[in-house]
Design a protein around this ligand. Structure first.
Ligand SMILES: [Fe+2]
Ligand SMILES: [Fe+2]
Length: 278
């Protein structure tokens, strides 16, 4: 599953150098506060990905195939997501001081949120990763659908494709560990549920707060501002969130018989708000 270019250089599936940032239709986005807040917040979270990778690599240190994929594909791809979104913000909303806001985000985030709770077994940790990638894949699919201009659509769909691939890789490793660890369906379901509750909750709040404070100098940040932001995302989600895709990805580790899956899917779809709309 691992592909390297000659000379050991890591080959990313796409390059941000090929994105035509100079062609961003700025008038289509410059007054869109919600879009700005979404893209800027996402850039903070993605660009900080290397901080999470370390724990995970340590946890799986005697699994060279997984460690190699994490270190040489997953992490560089996540970092490119951050860099590509950052550049978009800098071109589309040049008055925003990205660096200053990110410095504030990083200082607060690294104080409180770096210790991730890893799941009790390797198979279950892979389930948890599948949930995270389900959340990001559907989020960027939504953003690509909702984007009012083609360059953002391109960036978001490139990222969404990466996140789907990350999901598939984590799912592959899940199946591998499942074959030896035999986690029960109840344990898988509990992991799905627990992780879905916490996906990005803390990161998104802190990222938004620093985006808000730097783009509204002098304004006091109130948690209600975050509510407004979330309501905006809910509105976008009603029209553009790929609920069907999200639910299929979310439920897949349960390995339900197709007939049960069909029964579970509609109620799970209704419950899927938690994937991004907590
Ligand atoms: Fe990502
Ligand atoms: Fe990812």
């Amino acid at each position: 599953m691992v592909s390297r270019a000659a000379g050991g250089k890591i080959e990313l599936p796409w390059s941000m150098d090929a994105i035509r940032y100079g062609e961003i239709a700025r008038d289509a986005v410059e007054d869109d506060t919600l879009l700005f807040q979404i893209v800027a917040s996402a850039s903070f979270i993605e660009i900080t990905s290397d901080l999470y990778t370390e724990n995970l690599i340590e946890y799986f240190r005697d699994d060279p195939e997984l460690v190699d994929w994490l270190a040489h594909h997953w992490e560089p791809e996540e970092l490119q997501h951050g860099a590509a979104l950052k550049r978009y913000v800098e071109v589309a909303w040049p008055d925003f001081d990205w660096r200053r806001a990110y410095t504030g985000f990083f200082a607060e985030y690294s104080r409180c949120c770096l210790l991730e709770n890893l799941a009790p077994t390797r198979a279950l940790e892979m389930v948890a990763r599948c949930v995270v990638e389900t959340g990001t894949a559907s989020f960027y699919r939504m953003l690509a659908e909702a984007a009012p201009e083609p360059v953002l659509r391109q960036v978001a769909s490139n990222i969404a494709a990466d996140e789907v691939r990350h999901y598939k890789n984590f799912f592959y490793f899940f199946r591998r560990y499942r074959a030896t660890e035999h986690p029960g369906r109840a344990a898988v379901l509990k992991t799905l549920w627990d992780r879905a509750q916490e996906v990005d909750a803390e990161d998104a709040y802190i990222a938004f707060k620093h985006v808000f404070c730097v783009s509204n100098p002098g304004a006091e940040f109130e948690p209600a501002e975050y509510e407004v932001f979330r309501n905006g995302i809910r509105r976008l989600g009603r029209e553009h969130f790929p609920y069907g895709m999200a639910m299929k990805m979310f439920l897949k580790p349960l390995d339900l018989a197709p007939v049960i899956g069909r029964v579970v899917l509609p109620s799970a779809t209704a419950a899927s708000r938690f994937l991004m709309l907590r």
